[in-house]
Design a protein around this ligand. Sequence first.
Ligand code: GN1
Ligand code: MG
Length: 361
Amino acid sequence: MLNLKDIVSEFAVEGKVEEVLPLGAGHINDSYKVRTQGGAPNYVLQRINHHIFKDVDALQNNIKRVTDHIRKKLSEKNEPDIARKVLALTPTKQGALYHCTPDGNYWRMAPYIANSKSVDEVSPKLSFLAGRAFGNFQSMLADLPAPPLAETIPNFHNIESRLVTFREAVKSNLAGRLLKVEDIVAEIEKRADEMCKVEQLHRDGKLPKRINHCDTKVNNILFDGNTDEALCVVDLDTVMPGFVVSDFGDFMRTGANHGKEDDENLSNVFFRMDIFEAYAKGYLETAKGFLTPLEVELLPFGAKLLTYMQTVRFLTDYLDGDTYYKIKHPEHNLQRTKAQLKLLLSMEENYPKMLELVTKL
Ligand code: GN1
Ligand code: MG
């Protein structure tokens, strides 16, 4: 087992390392908080999951370009406290953006944003602030100079491609679990054509791709520890071109769920219109300037689409025998699938209200 402190010492960190502790609960990468002694900054060390992010070099270059661009924007606006409003990458002592250990793992470091907190549950107020923050993030990146960012995971939020993979998983039935989930497969197939409409609109030249975050969970925003002000957007691994409705929708999927993403008790899982309304207000405040009328109109559809997509992704992994998401027990991916499907049904019930609200805003 590699010593985490040795890995930290490959990077150009200030101060002496006191301890390295596990941090957060992501499904993909492993994160650690690096505490240093005295007044030196603390850091976040991450092992990058290179089975998922296969081109680590392209990944880290994306993050570098995105954070440099945002930093430039903030300094042009004379924003105070820039170090807490955009992530930074701590280079290695050789000046590289990541470090590869002899066991073939990839590591990166970033300063820990001081006096910040992440929240896992949202109130309407936080949701409004989160909407503004993600809208602002997209807006700051709208003029990122060419070339386009790399697609760190090809076809990441492409529902057509997700359905192709899903249907292969159904066909191969690798883990022998198909019989148990046939009714859910039918629910997925029933909605498949409708869900693919965004890709078609794109092919028809009606729906643009813009720079998206592609993991707009509320816990990917850091808030000020005292004032609740949204400081900065983190977890930039999947920042890449996509449909803005998909970022909007992923927040709804995660933030406007009354229950948990993997709630065992499905009666806890339902869609919260108060969160939807607050987020939509905040988001449109900062994003309205660059959105087309069709993009605005499709925001409620984005909520359904991303919840549907996550149902498909969890069920695919269940059928494949749990090779993608970290699981806590053998039926975890099925539990997640059921909770996401329940949320989708609840969104479908609320859909007319969502459309009405967006028209008013
Ligand atoms: C993964 O690791 P985390 O929680 O940030 C996944 C997202 C899923 C999410 C489901 C690279 O995100 O796309 O929506 O789990 N990230 C990747 O909770 O696949
Ligand atoms: Mg993530």
